[in-house]
Structures are given as C-alpha cells and as structure tokens.
Write a protein that binds this ligand. Structure first.
Ligand code: IVH
Length: 685
C-alpha cells in the first residue's frame, strides 16, 4: 500500500493538533507521550522528505498548545523552547557530531547531563528578589499566569535571598531574574492523594504528571495548595544584573545560592561516551527515584558556545532530550481470556497486539479480576494504553475511548471454567472468581509445579513442561503420584534419554529427605508460606502432631494466628488431602520436624526491653531468646519493664525513660546472665 504523503501529513497535523489540545490545554492526554513522539517523528520525516508541504504553523514546528483562556496570558520575554529528542546512543552521537561541524571542527569541551523531570515547565520571574510572576510554557511565546497557584508550592521561595543554600559569599541577587524549571508531584505524594481519593470514594488520578499539571492550573489556589507539588529549577531566562556566569553548571550553584531547589543528579562530563554512561546510570536508578523522570537532558556547558550555536525555530541547538524507553504505549486489545491458577483462582488477562514498552515486547497483560475489567471498561477491539514500569508486570491502564469502534460490545466474564467447564464461583467478599473443582487439570498442574519448585521440594529437572506432560498423560493426578512414577514408561517417551531419566529419578529420591517445613510449604495450604511451614514444623515436631492438632493448639504457637490455624486445620481434615499424605508417607518422605528443645522458662512474668544492636544476637534472635523463655519484649519502656538491655547505639528516649522510672539497664553479658538465671544482675555501670 502506498501512502499519499500530502494526505498523511494533513492527517498527522490534525491528530497532533488534537493531542496538543488535550495535553497542554486540558491536562488530559488521550495517548502516552511516547506515542505522541512517534507521531511527531513521523510527521517530521515526511516534511523533511517532502519540503513542498512545509508549513511554519505545522505542529512539528511549534511547541505546546494555545494558552488556556481561564488564565491571563503572559508573554515570555525569552521564548520557552522545547527540546529536540534522541532515542538511542547513535542519535546522541549524531547530535554531538552536528555540534562539532557547527563549531568548525571543535568538539564541545563539556556537557551538563540532567534528569528530565516528568512534570510541567514554568517560568518564575523575580524582580528585586520578589516573586512577581509565574507562568506556564503555553505555546512557548505566550503562557498562562499561574502566580497565585505557584505561591502555594513550598519549594518555591517567595523571596530570593543571597545565601539560600548557606554559601552566600559575594552572591548578588539580580534585579530581574527568570528561573525556569519543572513543577512535579513526588510519587509518594501522588500515591497519598490517590489513597485519599479511594477513601473518599472518588475517582483516582492517572499519573503524577497530569495530576501536577491539573493541580497547578486550578482557578482556586486553595485546591493547588491542598496538593503537594514540588519544583526543580534548571534554566535561566531573562537576567538583569547578578554575577557573570561562564557555564550552565555555574547556573546551578548560583540558583542553589539563591535558595532555589536544584537536583543533585546533574553532572558535568567531557565526552559523549560519558553522556551515554550517565544515561545508563539513570536507566538503572530510574525506579528508585522518588519522582518520575522520562529522560536525560544534555546541554552544552559553555554559555559562550551556547550563544554561538543558537536556536532552530523550535529548540536550542545546544541541548537535546534523550528519551528513556517508553513505559506507556497504546496497542489493540485483541481479546480477553482467563487463566486458572493452582488455587483455582480465575484471572482475566489481555491478549494484545505485541507492543514494545518498558524495555520489552508485551503481548499479554494482566487485568487482575472481574471488577477491574468492569471499572476500566476495556473491550476486545479497543485501543488500550499499556504500562510497564521497570520489572512491574505489564498492565492495561485503560481504553482510548476516542478510538473505540461504534457499538463495541462490553466483555462478559465467563461463567464456567475454561479448562474443566465447572461453573465458576465467587466467594463472598473476595475479588477473585474461582473454579471450585479440586481435580481441574489446570489446578492439578499448578499444585504439582509448586510442589517441585525451588522454595518447596526443589526437585531438579522437573520443569513446567514435564509436569504438563505427565499430567496430560494421566501419570500424575496429585503430588503423591510423583513418588510412584513409572520410569520405564518415561524412558520410552520422546525427549527422555537414559541420563535424564536417571537424573530425574535421583532428584525425586533426594527430595524425600527435604525438611518438613518445605513439605508443608509444598502442599500449597492457603496462608502457609515457607516461613509458616518452618514454624509449624518446629512447633509440632512432626506431621502427625500437626494433623491431630486442634485449631487453638495451632494458633497458640508464636507467629501463627487464627487465620492460619483455620486454614491448616481445614486442610488436614479433608479426606482427599489425607489420601495424598498417605501416598507421601508410604513413599518414605521425611515427616519429622527439627528436634524440639525444651527451653527453661526463666523469664516467666518478666518484661525485657532491648535497645540498640547486640553482637551475639540478630534482632529476631533477641526476640526469640526472650519469648521462648516465657518473657515479654515490647518496643518501649514502661512501669512494667523489668530491665532495659543496651546494645550499640541505643535509642535515647528509652534510656531517659528508664532513668526516670528507675529501671535497671543491662549490657549484653548481663543480658545473657538474665536469660540463663532469670535474675536481674546488678545494673550496668
Ligand atoms: S531545559 C531551552 N532541563 O522537558 C531548554 N527541560 O522537551 C529548555 N524538562 O519544556 C528546557 N527536565 O518541561 C530542561 N532538566 C531539564 C528538564 C526539562 C524536564 C522538560 C521541560 C521542557 C521539556 C523539553
């Protein structure tokens, strides 16, 4: 199919104009930034290839949207430019090479690498040190007056003071200074805001950037004040007076000395290889930062060279934005299917037209549960936004409603298990639908896979495909069958050589000696993880004692509660489960726990508080040492405290409290004595 360039250019210009309006004017973008960038890149390419269609008002040549009429317009004395983009190392190198050519073969001696904050740009104007005006970028020439709202942002000083960061020597506050930077919402503040929305039964916000933008552009400044916004300064606009600066890096120390927030990650480097190393560093730490970044901004450090390089119609030549791989993209939702887990839980997931997002290609994404599908209202046939941040499992954020085909039907949750056709149930108060059929082949597979996995019985060479094979061949219907597998039959199966059969056989044999805690974990009893498995094994000493235990005996064990007790008790009272246990017993598995040691109850009735680190005990071991001897060990000192044990760096408030109440303090050796004898030795000197 050939594309008519004129038609495609017109279409792209129209689409971009619409997206500019929803992004810049309504703070409600329909598509992720990365998608927008692709449209711009496509348009630029077409315009470059077909100069006959050039148009100065094309969205490829202009920045942002028209100013919103709600706010008074502010004409920027110096334009607020956008930046050119680079998407890979080659594009960064091309940029550096272009600069070198423009500088007659002279390489740029130093670059400043900065984080590209994902917020919205504002320009702050200070006259004689007073904040007199704050404006958004708008279309780059005219922005919106948001002074009232900006005054509510705690990071932004109303008055510049020479020596704001303590280093005041010789700093002169210019008579006029425009400081540019990014207003953003920290992730923790965004999460807190959304938690409050949920608590109030209100709709949650989509992401920190849009929320920051929406919060700043409120008619009522008290709303802005109620949202926690923050600010990083990174660039100067008009400046009258003040010190002579040589490099952009000097701008940062100057801004800090005036009391402006300056981000600590900015770094001066000499070569483009070092720029690339900075990019890789940012990729690695991106998800540890308490705010969102979508790239790295690289600027030529020397202000003299910046001047020589100048600007294109749209952006400075001396700076570029490297965009990190997108974390949100749109794609087609081909279908919604459901998967059945080992516990019978039925989870809907999206089958997507594969899309590159968050550093990998994504073809499926979880939709969590029935309610989430309904809430998001995603339908097969929709264009959807897919998000994948870092190692997070890809998820469908929501549909792009403007792209929904007319009459697209809602998706209906299945009423029967897709594997065994049993009618699904949704237990009261649970978000998940379940297949109640314990012998559903998918559940059988899931339980066996869990049993043989590393944290449980750790049977090497027993991967998912072999579990699937043996289950579908009817050789395994529960974990007990693992120990009576017919190896002759396996040896005759395709893909099994002699060695692999022997290895599998000996790995299975070896697993019979696994500790009881691992076996309990491997049985996939609800609420019994690896730790609870160990606690049960240590608490009862053998499997028969656990099978015979009453609920109260289980919940009496330190670290276990009534929920675990209910679940364990119910599991071992199910005849199907006991039949599996019989098979395991007959196969000769280890059903004995670690030996129970009778600890003398020396601390019965005593309360021992520990503060600071001890050399011979970890924090958990201290607690166990006290509690297993019948003592109590709360986190604070009170009248009831018998003694306070002081380790390395003890908490000052506990020491003061103990002094006030006349409670004896002990060192580590005296603590050991107390554990043994139950007698409080003479207090530490
Ligand atoms: S400098 C003339 N530095 O990215 C240079 N911009 O695509 C002007 N941004 O409008 C911008 N972090 O909203 C600069 N460290 C940083 C930035 C940054 C985020 C944003 C800003 C700007 C856009 C450019």
């Amino acid at each position: 199919m050939t594309i008519d360039p004129a038609a495609r250019i017109a279409e792209l210009r129209q689409q971009l104009a619409r997206h500019n309006e929803s992004y810049y004017e309504n703070d409600d973008p329909e598509i992720p930034d990365a998608e927008y960038d692709l449209l711009v890149a496509e348009l630029r390419q077409l315009e470059d290839d077909h100069p006959e269609f050039a148009d100065g008002s094309s969205p490829s040549q202009t920045v942002g949207g028209a100013p919103n009429t709600q706010f008074a317009p502010v004409e920027h004395r110096q334009r607020m430019m956008s930046l050119g983009n680079a998407f890979d190392a080659d594009e960064l190198r091309d940029w550096a090479a272009k600069l070198e050519r423009a500088l007659d073969g002279q390489a740029v001696p130093a670059y400043v690498c900065e984080l590209k904050f994902d917020g919205l740009a504002v320009s702050l104007r200070y006259e004689d040190g007073e904040l007199v005006q704050a404006a958004t970028r708008g279309n780059g020439r005219v922005g919106e007056d948001v002074t009232h709202n900006v005054r509510t942002i705690a990071d932004i000083p109303h008055r510049l003071v020479a020596g704001g960061s303590g280093d005041s020597d010789g700093v002169v506050v210019p008579s006029v200074i425009e400081i540019r930077g990014e207003v953003y919402m920290a992730i923790a503040d965004f999460d807190a805001l959304n938690a409050a929305q949920v608590a109030a039964g209100e709709k949650t916000y989509v992401n920190p950037r849009n929320t920051a933008a929406g919060s700043l552009r409120q008619k009522d400044a008290t709303i802005t004040a109620s949202r926690k916004l923050s600010f990083w300064s990174y660039q100067l606009g008009e400046v009258v007076g003040g010190p002579e600066l040589d490099g952009h890096s000097d701008t940062f120390s100057f801004l800090a000395s005036l009391g402006m927030p300056v981000n600590e990650h900015a770094k001066v480097v000499q070569t483009i290889d070092e720029v690339w190393a900075f990019v890789e560093h940012v990729e690695a730490i991106r998800h540890d930062l308490p705010y969102e970044v979508d790239g790295v901004v690289v600027k030529v450090d020397s202000l003299a060279l910046q001047n020589t390089l100048g600007f294109t119609a749209r952006a400075p030549r001396w700076a570029i934005a490297y965009k990190l791989p997108p974390e949100e993209r749109t794609t087609k939702l081909l279908d919604i299917a459901v998967s059945v887990g080992a516990g019978g839980q039925v989870t809907p997931f999206a089958m997507l037209e594969p899309v590159f997002v968050g550093g990998s290609t994504v073809g499926t994404a979880t939709l969590h549960n029935q309610d989430q599908v309904r809430e998001k209202d995603v339908r097969p046939g929709d264009t959807v936004i897919v998000r994948k941040a870092g190692d997070v499992i890809p998820e469908v954020v929501g549909p792009v409603l403007s792209e929904r085909p007319k009459g697209l039907p809602e998706w209906v949750f299945p009423t029967e298990c897709p594997v065994c056709d049993t009618p699904l149930i949704r237990p009261e108060g649970e978000a998940r639908n379940r297949c109640p059929n314990y012998t559903c082949p998918q559940q059988v597979r899931g339980r066996i896979q869990h049993f043989v996995s590393r944290g449980a019985m750790d049977i090497e060479g027993f991967g998912e495909s072999r579990v699937d094979l043996f289950v579908s061949e009817g050789m395994l219907s529960d974990v007990g069958d693992i120990y009576s597998l017919d190896f002759e039959r396996i040896g005759a199966m395709e893909g099994f050589g002699e060695t692999s059969v022997t290895n599998l056989q000996s790995a299975i044999e070896e697993s019979k000696k696994m500790p009881l805690g691992n076996l309990l974990f491997g049985l996939r009893i609800q609420h019994v993880g690896a730790t609870v498995g160990e606690v049960l094994a240590a608490g009862f000493g053998n499997l028969d004692a656990i099978i015979a235990a009453e609920k109260e005996q289980i919940s009496d064990i330190e670290g276990l509660g009534p929920v675990i007790a209910d679940s364990v008790h119910a599991w071992f009272n199910d005849p199907d489960h006991l039949a599996v246990i019989d098979k395991l017993r007959a196969a000769g598995l280890n059903l004995e726990g670690p030996e129970l040691i009778d600890v003398p109850q020396t601390l019965e009735g005593l309360t021992v508080v520990v503060s600071g680190g001890l050399t011979g005990f970890s924090r958990d071991e201290v607690q166990t040492a006290i509690k297993s001897r019948g003592g109590k060990s709360p986190g604070s000192v009170s009248k009831k405290t018998t003694a306070l044990v002081l380790g390395e760096n003890p908490g000052g408030s506990k020491v003061t409290k103990a002094e006030e109440l006349g409670i004896p303090t002990l060192n580590e050796a005296q603590f050991v004595e107390l554990l043994e004898t139950g007698q409080v030795p003479d207090a530490a000197p």
